[in-house]
Ligand binder design. Structure first.
Ligand code: AMP
Ligand code: MG
Length: 508
């Protein structure tokens, strides 16, 4: 039974926090306690994630749970800190750090995995600059929905364990109810964390962070190379530990970008402080899902130049990785000029890695088990038709998967009909049954995605009317995105064409 101990730290059954990050050089963080809130109440609790973490919360509505997930009480063994980091924001170097997030510690799951437990919106820290350290209920519910949806879609992401309303209001363009999100991540080490230590630390501190990151995310790195690396050309031997580390990060990001593109996810603010070395999607600000296929899609109101538009995401990831590479040069080679040459060669493999992941996974979306470069024109032609004919990205693949081509508005479009013939002929070349092809397609084409208008409706009901049923139903559907059922049909509808273009704001 959980009980309060004499230090006023509460115990939650199964929550056993470790604090390995706090052993790193002191420059990387500041100890700081969450600022208590008036009247915390748990509004969302992710039971299945809690279970995976090994945390036994029997009554999420209890005041003790609200106290822990709001930061009013510090769980046993936690060592609350705000992490320091820098970052390139829209191309410009800035010193940042957790201005409104506090890391409590790391939970070791029953399977032995290590996850950060972080409170987001938990009050000011030394890195808050002019911010209030707080977060709004709407944006925290949004992060809860979208991060959990991405996870269910099979896309690496930070997770959301709980949302607590604070009973306080915060000031943005208007007054909003405040909230705190409990975020769970493989780690919160960002490209910006390396930029920070490279800028303000010495080589030993940089090495300590790199060694820690390797140990935490790539413990078997020297014995396993990323898949088929030999195809990316002859470069410096794999005995260079820090180069191998860089290439592992590169490979995970290449895969993540392919997955984002193939699901129509637009992050919206791909600054280097919002890129995690674990390869998880992190920091859900102005992100949104594309409806109609249009590579120029941008949702964020602050992204006026379209730097983070859908079509730019892979090349921005590569740009961010170049910033990471710069920080690692002193560890890769004593001679700077040689170090630069070495990392440049590695960096150049990013597009090859990305294109391969994209091609393989796009192949699966159209039922091709082993897509080769010769299949790319077929893939690109479909996308070109979708773009020119304003077709919904998710629903077009859905129609191809579930034999509903007749429901598409392009069902009589000449080029599309010709494309269908070419596609079917290509599928015939495989020694696979129709059942096998459909199974592959079903596993790679979601029935539904968190459509922006549906997400907003769920958040509005929760924030304006304290009605969480809309969000709960939406979450239920989003938990199994690859399984079709008739209850999911309402969530498949794209927004009404008369809707104003969707805009996301950074006021998170
Ligand atoms: P983001 O755009 O959410 O990645 O945030 C960029 C930086 O601003 C991060 O260092 C955040 O911690 C910080 N930040 C965002 N909102 C606030 C806030 N309300 N108070 C203090 N810091 C904030
Ligand atoms: Mg951020």
């Amino acid at each position: 039974m959980a009980a309060e101990d004499k230090d006023h730290t509460v115990e939650i059954e199964g929550l056993n926090l470790k604090t390995s990050y706090q052993q790193l050089p002191a420059k990387l963080f500041t100890s700081v306690r969450p600022t208590p809130v008036k009247k915390p109440a748990v509004v969302m609790y992710n039971e299945s994630l809690g279970k995976d973490l090994g945390v036994a919360v029997k009554n999420p509505d209890s005041s003790k749970i609200a106290a822990v997930f709001s930061g009013n009480e510090i769980p046993k063994d936690a060592l609350p800190i705000a992490q320091a980091y820098a970052g390139h924001q829209f191309g410009h170097f800035t010193v940042l750090g957790d201005g409104r997030a506090i890391l409590l510690g790391e939970q070791i799951t029953p399977k032995g995995e290590r996850y950060d437990i972080q409170l987001k919106g938990s009050g000011r820290t030394p890195y808050s600059r002019r911010g209030d350290g707080r977060a709004g209920l709407g944006p925290m519910l949004r992060e809860y929905i979208i991060s959990e949806a991405l996870h269910a879609l099979g896309i690496p992401s930070t997770r959301a364990l709980a949302v607590v309303s604070t009973g306080e209001t915060i000031l943005r363009e208007k007054r909003l109810p405040g909230a705190i999100l409990t975020r769970v991540a493989s780690s919160h080490i960002r490209v910006g964390t390396f930029e920070y230590i490279a800028h303000f630390g010495n080589i030993n501190e940089l090495k300590a962070l790199a060694d820690y990151t390797i140990e935490r995310h790539f413990p078997n790195m020297m014995s396993t190379s990323p898949p088929e690396t030999e195809d990316y050309g002859n470069r410096e031997g794999s005995d260079n530990k820090y180069l191998s580390f860089f290439e592992q990060v590169l490979d995970r990001q290449a895969l993540l970008m392919a997955k984002w593109q193939l699901i129509g996810f637009i992050h919206g603010v791909m600054n280097t402080d919002n890129m995690a070395l674990s390869g998880e999607t992190i920091d859900y600000g102005p992100c949104a899902f594309m409806n109609r296929y249009d590579p120029d899609t941008v949702f964020s109101s602050i992204d006026r130049g379209g730097r983070y538009a859908y079509k730019n995401q892979p090349q921005i990831a590569q740009w961010n990785l170049a910033r990471l590479a710069e920080t690692l040069i002193p560890l890769i080679h004593q001679d700077q000029a040689q170090g630069i040459e070495i990392v440049k060669k590695s960096l150049q493999t990013f597009s090859l890695r990305y294109e391969r992941y994209w091609r393989q996974n796009m192949g699966k979306k159209i039922g091709i088990f082993q897509a080769s470069k010769e299949d790319v024109p077929l893939m690109e032609e479909l996308l070109q038709i979708m773009k020119e004919e304003n077709q919904d990205f998710t629903n077009t693949f859905f129609a191809l998967t579930y034999d509903k081509e007749n429901e598409l508005t392009i069902k009589e479009h000449e080029q599309f009909l010709a494309w269908l013939d070419k596609w079917k002929a290509r599928l015939e070349e495989q020694k696979k049954t129709e059942g096998e092809v459909k199974e592959l397609m079903r596993a790679h084409n979601p029935v539904l995605i968190p459509r922006n208008h549906q997400v907003e409706r769920a958040i509005d009901a929760a924030v304006e009317k304290e009605d969480y049923s809309v969000m709960e139903n939406l979450m239920k559907a989003l938990r199994s995105p690859y399984q079709f059922s008739s209850e999911k049909e309402p969530y498949q509808l794209p927004p009404d064409p008369s809707d104003k273009p969707y805009v996301t704001y950074c006021g998170t």
